[in-house]
Write a protein that binds this ligand. Sequence first.
Ligand code: HEC
Ligand code: HEC
Length: 342
Amino acid sequence: MTRLPAPADAMTRLRATPVAVALIALLSAACETRELPPASVAGGAAAAPAEGTPAAAFVEAAWKPPTEAEIPNDSLGASIRRGLALLRFTPESLPQYAQSGLRCTSCHQNDGLKATAAPLTGSHARYPKYMPRAGAVVAMTDRINYCFTRSMAGRALPTDSREMEDLLAYMAWLSKGVPVGTNIAGAAGLIAMKDTLVGDSARGEAVFTRSCAVCHQADGSGNGPIPPLWGAKSYSIGASMSREERAASFIWHNMPQNNPGTLTPQEAFDVAAFVNSHPRPDSPGKEGDWPTGGAPKDVPYPTKGHTPTRTPARLLPRKPDGTIVPAPAPVGRGATPSAGYN
Ligand code: HEC
Ligand code: HEC
């Protein structure tokens, strides 16, 4: 089998000779001719849509994410499938980047489809977007890397890697048909809890022993595909799940896995407080979150203008390369070029 040179290489080599330059000019001229809109070629406007006709309106209620069975059997389909496999088997596939006991699907349940578990459906259509925690406009690759470094307590995946492309291919697949800029349900992540209650860690311990320890183990370390809830292999303090209200929402809607919907909102806050009172990996650089202030009340570390009401008992140190991904540097006249943030 011969390997075709990458298109970029071929162009570079061709450009080297004057003949090639002429050839390229000829080719592009040919392309231009071929690309004339059919209406002009045919000399009539019948085939073209009438000017000003609005595109079919997007109806969220009628939209459904495409199913796994619909993934095409072509190169793009292969990339989408690899992206899905990375989501399901993150530490197994990317041991250098995801060293915790969590998979993307530990939180983004049902392959990112579950509405109550920070759904990834429609996500691709929401980026780039301004994120108050970062205080910057972030791209989807940055957002994915926030989960790698914070939720997975791992390392940022290089943004130009095959694996990142595959994750993006899967994300785009889950947003098929959603117009860019549309915020469908789930855009705010976990569903906000109606009542902002205050969790009681002692009461939470009783809930944990009764309803959670059977799977997550008495020491919270998890068991095979059942992820840990605290300790070195759990999510870091910089993860949304470290916030009491965010964790209470996830737990109230989705846990106990074998009997969801059986906890009262107060019990969910109590057990969230208990889980988050334990040691977990640190997120060096977290103090820079919400750089313009306005951190939500339950953020468990100090940020600009915010004093936390409770923090985990102890933070486990991280290697320097486990530092959270900084927000993209502002670009403007006179800005110093960024050194990259992988
Ligand atoms: C510990 C739980 C957890 C894990 C593990 C996790 N995430 Fe997340 N992720 C969240 C939560 C929670 C949110 C939403 C933030 C919120 O609700 O405040 C989120 C948000 C996202 C978003 C943004 C969604 C949107 O539309 O704005 C993307 C993309 C994402 N995660 C991808 C991933 C990928 C890829 C992985 C695996 C490498 C992963 N996450 C692992 C908890 C997790
Ligand atoms: C029947 C087993 C089972 C029980 C009981 C259970 N869980 Fe889970 N839990 C899981 C599994 C499995 C996942 C990973 C999600 C998945 O694979 O769908 C998970 C995920 C989680 C997560 C997000 C991922 C992580 O590890 O941070 C949290 C938080 C959580 N459970 C908390 C609880 C709490 C609190 C209780 C008790 C109220 C509980 N769970 C009861 C099986 C269980």
